[in-house]
Every structure is written in structure tokens, then in C-alpha cells.
Design a protein around this ligand. Structure first.
Ligand code: ADP
Ligand code: MG
Length: 248
């Protein structure tokens, strides 16, 4: 039996009087890499917030590692990067390495050396070693985003949920980050849920596609999406081809 990491059943959510999400059901299994795409305002960030228990559904249910988010104790298993990070004041009194190290859960005292090693590795990976002692507020938006990506990765999560993580970073860092994610998924079986605008290249990385437009338009493997005549009707062959183009 595949292990369900995320399970969503009959979910409905309304802001004031407007339905933002309706009749959403799907599950993500351990080791999946799901690309969540859909137009602006289609409810992607809201769905993520519901999965994490940051919003409460009006109908239906969410389970995370087999539990309701409100019951979950194993938050260390989850790395999350929200779409909009609160604007950091220029004088926010923390350095790059302090922010990244915040992502570490408290461990046994003798784990301090592992922590230092993990910090060194992840700073290097995101190419922020040279700015480790700068105040976070002094950095550009793209640099801040790299710091927050490093924080999401540092604790070796089992599930990574990233909401448009590479929107403000330059192409080289984006490529590197996406390759790191793919490696974590393939080698360490980390489950990934990645929200992205980049429909043209998500197929190169993700195994499954979740296309949202206030409801689930499609959920499944890329091959099924690409061969589906029904999806050709929904998207037109041009857009379908764009999503299926894997740059291979
Ligand atoms: P996406 O991430 O796909 O762009 P969102 O989940 O952010 O979509 O938003 C879905 C819809 O809900 C949009 O129409 C947005 O305007 C609306 N919305 C988002 N947040 C709020 C809020 N706090 N109050 C009212 N409406 C909201
Ligand atoms: Mg969003």
C-alpha cells in the first residue's frame, strides 16, 4: 500500500461569499513530486494553506501524514516556503546564517556538529556562503529568497511544500534549486509539492501534474495528461503541448 502523505477529500473553501475552492479531492503519496499549476487566482496558495492547517475548510477534510493538521505533531517533517514572505525591515536584527539556522529543529546537544555541517552545506548549495554574516534586510529580494529556500531545505524534511519559490531568483539559481529538489526527490524520496507558474518546464521535474482552477481540472502523471483527448479539449493542443514539452 502506498503511504499517503497528503490526502484531501471533498474540500470546499470560501472567502466571504465567494467559493474559492470546491470539491477538491486528491492524494499525494510518499515519494511523489507534484507540480501544482493554474492561472492566477485559481486557489493554489489557498489550497496549500488549507493543507497546512493555516486555513480551515468549509467542507471536506485534509490529512497530513495520516492526521488532521490541527493534530499533527511532526512538523519537523515538513519544509514550507510561503508565496509571500513578510517584507523584512532593513534593520531586522538577524544575519543570513541565523535565519537559515532557524530552520533547524532543536536536537540533542551532540548534534551541534551535524548542524554546523548541514548549515555549511546548504549555504554553499544556495550560494550564500559569502553573505552569511550580512543582515537579512540588507539583501536584494532574490538573495532573501535564496536564504529562505536554504531554510526550507536545512532540516531534511520528508515533505517539501513550496509556493512559487523561484519567482524572484535568477535563472542559474532557479535551475540549481530545481535540480536539488529533483535529486532530493529521486535519491532521498522526499515528497515534493511545488506550486509554479512555469508550465513550460514543470514536466522536466515533476512526476505528476495537478491543474487547479478552483476545482481539480487534472490530476495524474504527465503521460496521461499529454495523451488525454479530454485535456486537448480543455486546453487546446498548443497549451497541452507546451505543458508536455519536457526539454529532453
Ligand atoms: P493563486 O495562489 O492560485 O494565485 P489564491 O489562493 O492566492 O490563488 O487566491 C484564490 C482567490 O482567493 C483569488 O480570487 C484571491 O483574490 C482570493 N483571495 C485570496 N486571499 C484572500 C483573502 N485573504 N480574502 C479574500 N479573498 C482572497
Ligand atoms: Mg498563489
Amino acid at each position: 500500500m502506498p503511504v499517503e502523505v497528503v490526502s484531501v477529500r471533498g474540500l470546499r473553501f470560501t472567502y466571504e461569499t465567494r467559493d474559492v475552492l470546491r470539491d477538491i479531492s486528491f492524494s499525494i503519496e510518499a515519494g511523489d513530486y507534484v507540480g501544482l499549476v493554474g492561472p492566477n487566482g485559481s486557489g493554489k496558495s489557498t489550497l496549500i494553506r488549507l493543507i497546512l492547517g493555516l486555513e480551515t475548510p468549509h467542507a471536506g477534510s485534509v490529512s497530513l501524514f495520516g492526521q488532521a493538521p490541527s493534530q499533527l505533531k511532526e512538523w519537523h517533517k515538513i519544509g514550507y516556503l510561503p508565496q509571500k514572505n513578510p517584507a523584512l525591515s532593513r534593520f531586522f536584527p538577524a544575519t543570513v546564517q541565523e535565519i537559515v539556522a532557524l530552520g533547524l529543529v532543536p536536537k540533542r546537544a551532540d548534534a551541534a556538529r551535524d548542524d554546523r555541517e548541514a548549515l555549511r552545506k546548504v549555504l554553499d548549495l544556495m550560494d550564500i556562503t559569502g553573505i552569511r554574516d550580512k543582515l537579512i534586510g540588507e539583501l536584494s529580494g532574490g538573495q532573501q529568497q535564496r536564504v529562505l529556500l536554504a531554510r526550507a531545505l536545512i532540516k531534511d524534511p520528508e515533505l517539501l511544500i513550496l509556493d512559487e519559490p523561484t519567482i524572484a531568483v535568477d535563472p542559474e539559481i532557479r535551475e540549481r534549486f530545481l535540480n536539488v529538489l529533483m535529486e532530493l526527490n529521486q535519491k532521498r524520496k522526499v515528497t515534493v509539492l511545488l506550486v509554479t507558474h512555469d508550465t513550460g518546464s514543470i514536466g522536466k521535474y515533476a512526476k505528476k501534474l495537478l491543474y487547479l482552477e478552483r476545482e481539480v481540472i487534472f490530476y495524474g502523471g504527465f503521460d496521461d495528461f499529454c495523451l488525454s483527448a479530454e485535456m486537448t479539449k480543455v486546453f487546446g493542443s498548443f497549451t497541452q503541448h507546451l505543458i508536455c514539452h519536457r526539454h529532453e
